[in-house]
Design a protein around this ligand. Structure first.
Ligand code: GLU
Length: 443
């Protein structure tokens, strides 16, 4: 392993939305590209708002994305160390215990403040270039409410230094915190890590993506049947691209290609439609067997289920959609449709009423000649000349043949073409459905 260390440092004070994991993805990809270490630190210093279920969801989400963690811990585990360094800062005179006048009942009468030397703090940011901020106006800022209660700035600086974090990759909302953290690092004699502040993620309405506004948790996309490889691919492209027009990357290809310098400055948009189209791409790469297994699909006829996978791949962008297509639009493959006489004859020209029945009888005759296991092309070659003949004879056109056939087989207004349906149902089932349709017309 190289000496490169990155970390993802979420606070378990709420369910993180899918976009929040983009920071984890960048930190992971960069570390692995550099053959380094990826740490997850649960920032639970806010004891009141931190919840075990949110922490559990973070680990569940990272595991689902398949981002293996090299080291993980809770910030609260370092309380002793935070105290030790607070004491060190106070005894060195870099910080002091400050008497406060509580403005509200219950507020502290004492906090620990950092002695701010003021002036400019500059740091290079890999994404945004050199950043300089005047810290004078910050005054002597609070670094702990007591020796047992460090605030975020102190805890982050101590933990990052102790863990040897070389690159801090985090949201750009933390830029304003960085000068304070650099001051603390200097007072403690720590090296300043490399900073990469990644752009915000916006909703499609260009406002900040947020859980409060209904942004979904990562695990909700999992439950909706998004593939983790698709989500990872999508998240990696939120604010980053490889510099050419390739769009689909596996985890290993991302690790190989990822480069911090190519992260864009501008905000990225979380667009569910785009996510679903990336997901559809990854769904289409699966073998029929994997598609059925990973999509948790089942039906009363396994052979037919396998055969309709290409149709599901065309229609579904998530596995939830695939299950719904299977239960509704394509359910006729698994249970005989209920036909309506008027629908069956809808393409009959007015002067040729009654033609559907002989048409279906002729179709049955043609289909009977097909071999078992016939291909879609095979069905087409047998049926199409008959439909074409109706076209040239002006007897209602191809539709007068293909519609009743398709409707007899599917009972649907919209469905795959009748050749595909016949090939998948098989000759015997197709014939039986056509006979039933003929039966309806006899009544
Ligand atoms: N815990 C902080 C957050 O959830 C991240 C702090 C950091 O990355 O330095 O926003």
């Amino acid at each position: 392993m190289s000496g490169i260390v990155t970390r993802f440092a979420p606070s378990p004070t709420g369910l993180l939305h899918a976009g929040n994991y983009r920071t984890a993805v960048f930190a992971y990809l960069f570390a692995k590209h550099e053959d380094g270490t990826f740490i997850v630190r649960i920032e639970d210093t806010d004891r009141e708002r931190s919840r075990p279920e949110y922490e559990a969801n973070i680990f569940e989400s990272l595991a689902w994305l398949d981002l293996p963690i090299d080291r993980q811990y809770r910030q609260s585990e370092n309380a002793g160390r935070h105290r030790e360094l607070l004491e060190k800062l106070v005894s060195a005179g870099s910080a002091y215990i400050s008497k406060e006048t509580p403005k509200n009942p219950g507020e502290r009468e004492e906090v620990i403040r950092f002695r701010n030397p003021g002036g400019n703090i500059s740091f290079p940011d890999v994404i945004r270039g050199d950043i300089t901020m005047d810290v004078t106006d910050l005054g002597d800022f609070v670094i702990a409410r007591s020796f047992e209660e460090p605030v975020f700035h102190l805890a982050v600086v101590v933990d990052d230094a102790d863990e040897g974090v070389t690159h801090v990759i985090r949201g750009e909302d933390h830029i304003a915190n960085t000068p304070r953290q650099i001051l603390i690092q200097r007072a403690l004699g720590f090296t300043t890590p490399v900073y990469a502040h990644v752009p915000l993620i916006l909703d499609t309405d260009r406002t900040k993506l947020s859980k409060r506004k209904g942004a979904k948790a990562l695990t909700e996309y999992r439950d909706q049947g998004v593939l983790p490889e698709a989500m990872l691919n999508y998240l990696a492209f939120l604010g980053w691209n490889p510099g050419d027009d390739r769009e689909y990357f596996s985890r290993d290809a991302l690790i190989e290609t990822f480069d911090l310098a190519r992260i864009q400055k501008g905000a990225a948009i979380f667009d569910e439609t785009k996510l679903f189209s990336v997901n559809q791409h990854w769904m289409r790469t699966l073998s029929a067997e994997d598609f059925i297994m990973r999509g948790n699909l089942s039906a009363n006829n396994q052979r037919t289920l396998y055969a309709i996978v290409p149709l599901l791949k065309e229609r579904a962008r998530t596995f939830a959609e695939a299950r719904s297509v299977l239960a509704l639009e394509l359910a006729f493959f698994f249970s005989e449709p209920v036909l309506e006489r008027d629908r069956l004859t809808i393409k009959e020209p007015p002067d040729r009423s009654g033609m559907t029945r002989p048409t279906l009888e002729k179709l049955a005759e043609l289909i009977r000649t097909l071999p078992d296991g016939v291909s879609v092309e095979g069905v087409k070659e047998t049926v199409m000349p008959f439909a074409d003949a109706k076209e040239t004879e002006g007897k209602g056109g191809r539709g007068a043949v293909l519609w009743p056939l398709r409707y007899a087989l599917s009972g649907q207004e919209r469905s795959p073409d009748p050749f595909t349906i016949t090939a998948i149902l098989g000759k015997d089932e197709a014939l039986s459905r056509i006979q039933k349709a003929v039966g309806i017309l006899e009544k």
